[in-house]
Design a protein around this ligand. Structure first.
Ligand SMILES: [Zn+2]
Length: 302
């Protein structure tokens, strides 16, 4: 399973019960908006949260950026069905205290009834994160060392995969067992579009940096299964939307934290899922940027 943070019941939370384990089955009680119809999603990546809330990297205070994004997600005019954070949750080396800070910063979203799905990146450390969330340590029986799961929703099935090889080892790899699990899960769930979320970017022609090492083997699974519509990734801190030759959409999330190259946007992506595609809207932390509010319509391949 990916780490999944269920909504927190605010009433129970205020009573001072064990906050992190306070779970309600159906949404929190704090939202005044109508219930979500499952269309609207907040997609984040590379939040790089440090235990020290004042830490600044590349002129960015990562804590403040996540707080700003969380406020914007909560203020979104359409009810948001869920939040995905696609890896690199921790600042650099996945310290236990970093995850405590992550949990604190995500609390307002959970109190407002939003489920949060988390993937891990190369700056994360599984054991420390599991220690921060012991009640969430559930794994596929066949993949005890990975956090991998399908998240069924109304318009699509999300497949949140785990490409972390080892903390601070920059490239990613799914491995044979996880790829076999994915192929099986995709074959058993062909009813809806499949949206794949992996921290690392594809090692396709022209790719730079340290991508997913087993991209070729993964593509042999994704390309012929036509219900797979998109591979969402982060890692490069570089917003962009592409297609491969099979029509598979490739979406590179911007970082919530800092960019690697000057001039790139940081922020998040709002997605509206539709039967035939998805409308993405880039939300920049710098609202004066020309590309703030940029809309990209993804059309699902046949
Ligand atoms: Zn990152």
């Amino acid at each position: 399973m990916p780490v999944f943070l269920p909504p927190i019941s605010r009433r129970r939370f205020l009573k001072g019960s064990l906050a992190a384990s306070a779970v309600v089955a159906a949404g929190g009680c704090a939202t005044h908006k109508p219930a979500s119809d499952g269309q609207s999603w907040a997609l984040l990546s590379d939040i790089h949260i440090a235990a020290d809330p004042n830490l600044v990297h590349s002129n960015v205070n990562m804590t403040r950026n996540l707080q700003t994004v969380a406020q914007e997600v909560l203020a979104w005019p359409a009810p948001v069905a869920g939040v995905l954070i696609n890896g690199d949750l921790a600042y650099n080396s996945g310290e236990a205290a970093d995850y405590a800070a992550v949990l604190g910063l995500l609390r307002p979203l959970r109190e407002h009834g939003l489920p949060i799905h988390l993937a891990l990146g190369n700056h994360d450390q599984r054991e420390h994160f599991w220690a921060a969330l012991p009640e969430q340590k559930t794994a596929e029986a066949s993949l005890p060392e990975r956090q991998t799961a399908m998240v069924p929703t109304r318009y699509a099935n999300w497949f949140v995969l785990d490409s972390l090889i080892a903390t601070l080892q920059t490239p990613g790899r799914l491995g044979e067992a996880q790829r076999a699990w994915l192929a099986r899960a995709l074959d058993e769930n062909t009813d809806k579009p499949a949206l794949v979320a992996i921290h690392h970017h594809p090692a396709l022609e022209g790719a730079t940096g340290w991508p997913l090492e087993d991209t070729a083997a993964l593509m042999e699974i994704l390309r012929p299964r036509r219900q797979v519509k998109v591979w969402f990734f982060g890692h490069t801190h570089r917003w962009g939307v592409y297609h491969d030759e099979s029509g598979l959409c490739l979406v590179n999330f911007p970082p919530v934290a800092y960019v690697f190259e000057e001039g790139r946007p940081n922020g998040w992506v709002h997605a509206t899922l539709q039967p035939q595609g998805a409308r993405l809207e880039l939300r920049c932390l710098d609202r004066t940027r020309k590309d703030h509010g940029q809309v990209v319509d993804l059309v699902w391949r046949a």
